[in-house]
Design a protein around this ligand. Structure first.
Ligand code: FES
Ligand code: FES
Length: 186
């Protein structure tokens, strides 16, 4: 049995110790944000944080993850309020979306250790592969997230931290639920 902490919750995995962490997260914990791409540690689609560092969950075994604190995209921010998530939304970044959870996790780890990364620092830290070629927008979003995290920019369309979905809908009219009664009257 492997014990670790996933998104703040203690978890015991009754899986073989050589099982990749990615399978435990996806199959046992139903945390399917981290994706399976190459399975060889090269594409970054499976990136999660292990003790705060961006790591490829497809090449870490449960035995190696024993006792660590793992964060997945599902645990990164409440209500998608992490600066990287807000900048991603503001830049309308994803295309097919497959690589994006790993990109977000890699970007969030970068900003934890480098407050205002240069383009060169972004390029060397974010080695994840995007088959849709969103790289220019990824660089722009990381620079924007850094400005937000440092207090230099606020994205008005994004709900601030700890705002409920209903309150967010009041603050952002485009998010309001469609009134089905009015629709049926049309
Ligand atoms: S699936 Fe893990 S790096 Fe590609
Ligand atoms: S958005 Fe499609 S793979 Fe990156």
């Amino acid at each position: 049995m492997t014990r670790l902490t996933v998104n703040g919750q203690p978890v015991h995995y009754k899986m073989a110790p050589e099982t990749p962490l990615l399978w435990a997260l996806r199959d046992a914990s139903n945390l399917t944000g981290a994706k399976y791409g190459c399975g060889t540690g090269e594409c970054g689609a499976c990136t999660v944080h292990v003790d705060g560092k961006a790591m490829q969950a497809c090449v870490i075994t449960l035995a190696e993850a024993e006792g660590t604190f793992v964060t997945t995209i599902e645990g990164l921010g409440h209500d998608r309020n992490h600066p990287v998530q807000q900048a991603w939304i503001a830049e309308n970044l994803p295309q097919c979306g497959f690589c994006q959870p790993g990109m977000v996790m890699a970007a969030a780890a970068l900003l934890t250790k480098t407050k205002s990364p240069s383009d060169d620092e972004i390029a060397s830290a974010i080695t994840n592969i995007c088959r849709c070629g969103t790289y220019p927008r990824i660089h722009a979003a990381i620079r924007r997230a850094a400005r937000m995290a440092n207090g230099g920019e606020r994205i008005d369309a994004a709900p601030p931290a700890n705002v409920s979905a209903d309150d967010a809908a009041d603050a952002v009219p485009a998010l309001r639920a469609i009134d089905s009664k009015k629709l049926s009257e049309r």
